[in-house]
Ligand binder design. Structure first.
Ligand SMILES: Nc1ncnc2c1ncn2[C@@H]1O[C@H](COP(=O)(O)OP(=O)(O)OP(=O)(O)O)[C@@H](O)[C@H]1O
Ligand SMILES: [Mg+2]
Length: 369
C-alpha cells in the first residue's frame, strides 16, 4: 500500500482528520456534502422516500448511514452523485448546488465521486487490469498515464499479482478490491459505499474495512457508507445518521450514538451488538418485585471510565455484577454493566437517579429474587 502517494499530487495538503477543530462548529464547519430540506418521492409512490433531510457530511470523515430496509438510505446516498434527482431541497457539494448541472458538469461531478456496490458490478469478460482501466479509457486518458494509474491502484488495493485474471477467478473480497480500485481511478474526493461488505464473510469484511480506512486516511477521502452491519459502523465510522421512513431520527459521533442511542429504531438496530442477558437471568427477571428482599437489576452504559466504588457507595446495599464488558469505539471506551442492587435504602427510581450520576445511560431491567 505504498503507492498511495502516487495517486495524489505530493504538494496536496493533507486533509485533517475530523477531530476537535471540526467539533467546534459542527453545523457549518467543513461541510463536504450538505443536504438542505431534501425530499424525494418516487413516481407512483404515495409516501416520500426521503423527507426534510438536513445533514452535513464533513470533509475527510467516514460517515455511516443506517436504518431499516426501505428507510431511504440508498435513495439518500444516490442523490450525492445525482443518480437520484431530489423532489425537494438541495444537495451541495463543496457549497455548490448540483441541481442545475448539465451533462458535462454531471460527468465531471461523477468523476469526483467514486462508488462501490454490494455485488461489485465488474465486467466478467475483462481482466482485473481492464476493469480498472476502462473508466480511464472512457475519459480519454493517454496510455502511459493509464498504465501508471492502474498499476498504482492495483498496488494500493493489494492486487498487483492478479492484474491478468478475470473476475470469476477472484474471491469476493478480491472482487471488491477491484471495485475499490476502479472507484478511485479519477482521484475522487468522495467514495460512496452501498452495502459494500454485505456479500463478504467477517474476515474479508475486516480486510476491506481496513482498506477503506487506509484510503480515507492516506488520500483524505470523504467516505459515505451504508451498511446493515452495526459492527462495520462501530469499527470505522466517525459519525452516523439513523434514517427511519425517509427522515433523520438520530445522528452524531458513533461512540455517542452507540453509547446511548436515543431513538427506538437505533436501539433496535444496535440490539445485536449488545450482549444478550444470560438465559438464567432472563428467566429469573420479574417486572415487579416478588418480595421486599428482591434485588433491582440495572443496566448501565458508561462512556469512558467508571469509578465503581463511587457508584456502589451511591447505590447503597449489596451491589453485584451480573454481566458486563468494555469495548472500544474509536478512542472511547464503552462499558456495559448489569448490576443487581439488594437491600438498598433507596427506592428503585432513586437508584435510577443515583446511577445516572455515574453512567451515561441507565435502565431498570426488572427484579430478581
Ligand atoms: N426506483 C424506485 N421507484 C419507486 N420506489 C422506490 C425506488 N427506489 C426506492 N423506492 C422506495 O423508496 C423507499 C426507500 O428505498 P431505499 O432503496 O432508499 O431504501 P434503503 O434504506 O436503501 O433499503 P435497503 O436497506 O433495503 O436497501 C422504499 O420504500 C422503496 O420501496
Ligand atoms: Mg439500499
Amino acid at each position: 500500500m505504498s503507492n498511495a502517494s502516487a495517486l495524489r499530487a505530493p504538494t496536496a495538503p493533507a486533509t485533517p482528520a475530523p477531530g476537535r477543530e471540526t467539533a467546534l462548529r459542527p453545523e457549518v464547519n467543513q461541510a463536504h456534502v450538505r443536504f438542505i430540506g431534501l425530499g424525494k418521492t418516487y413516481a407512483g409512490q404515495a409516501q416520500p422516500a426521503l423527507h426534510g433531510i438536513d445533514l452535513n457530511i464533513r470533509r475527510g470523515e467516514i460517515f455511516g448511514i443506517i436504518g431499516r430496509s426501505g428507510a431511504g438510505k440508498s435513495s439518500l446516498l444516490r442523490t450525492i452523485n445525482r443518480l437520484e434527482q431530489p423532489s425537494q431541497g438541495r444537495v451541495l457539494i463543496d457549497q455548490v448546488d448540483i441541481a442545475p448541472f448539465d451533462e458535462d458538469r454531471l460527468v465531471a461531478l461523477r468523476r469526483r465521486i467514486g462508488m462501490i456496490f454490494q455485488h461489485f458490478n465488474l465486467m466478467s469478460a475483462k481482466t482485473v487490469w481492464q476493469n480498472v482501466e476502462l473508466p480511464l479509457k472512457v475519459a480519454g486518458v493517454a496510455k502511459a498515464e493509464r498504465q501508471r494509474k492502474v498499476r498504482a491502484l492495483l498496488e494500493l488495493v493489494g492486487l498487483a499479482e492478479k492484474h491478468h485474471v478475470y473476475p470469476a477467478q477472484l474471491s469476493g473480497g478480491q472482487k471488491q478490491r477491484v471495485g475499490i480500485a476502479r472507484a478511485l481511478v479519477h482521484d475522487p474526493e468522495i467514495l460512496l459505499c452501498d452495502e459494500a461488505t454485505s456479500a463478504l464473510d467477517p474476515e474479508t469484511t475486516a480486510s476491506i474495512l481496513e482498506l477503506l480506512r487506509d484510503i480515507n486516511q492516506r488520500l483524505g477521502l470523504t467516505v459515505v457508507l451504508i451498511t446493515h452491519e452495526m459492527a462495520v459502523i462501530r469499527d470505522i465510522c466517525h459519525r452516523v445518521v439513523v434514517l427511519e421512513r425517509g427522515e433523520v431520527v438520530e445522528q452524531g459521533e458513533v461512540w455517542q450514538v452507540f453509547g446511548s442511542p436515543r431513538h427506538e429504531v437505533t436501539r433496535t438496530l444496535l440490539a445485536p451488538l449488545q450482549a444478550k442477558l444470560s438465559a438464567a437471568l432472563q428467566d429469573s427477571l420479574r417486572a415487579s418485585p416478588a418480595s421486599r428482599e428482591a434485588a433491582v437489576v440495572l443496566k448501565l452504559v458508561v462512556i469512558g471510565e467508571l469509578e465503581l466504588s463511587g457508584l456502589f457507595k451511591d447505590l447503597g446495599g449489596q451491589v453485584s455484577l451480573l454481566q458486563g464488558g468494555v469495548e472500544t469505539i474509536g478512542e472511547h471506551a464503552l462499558g456495559r454493566l448489569i448490576l443487581s442492587v439488594r437491600g438498598s435504602a433507596h427506592e428503585p427510581h432513586h437508584l435510577l437517579e443515583r446511577a445516572r450520576r455515574w453512567a451515561d445511560d441507565v435502565e431498570v431491567l426488572g427484579y430478581v429474587g
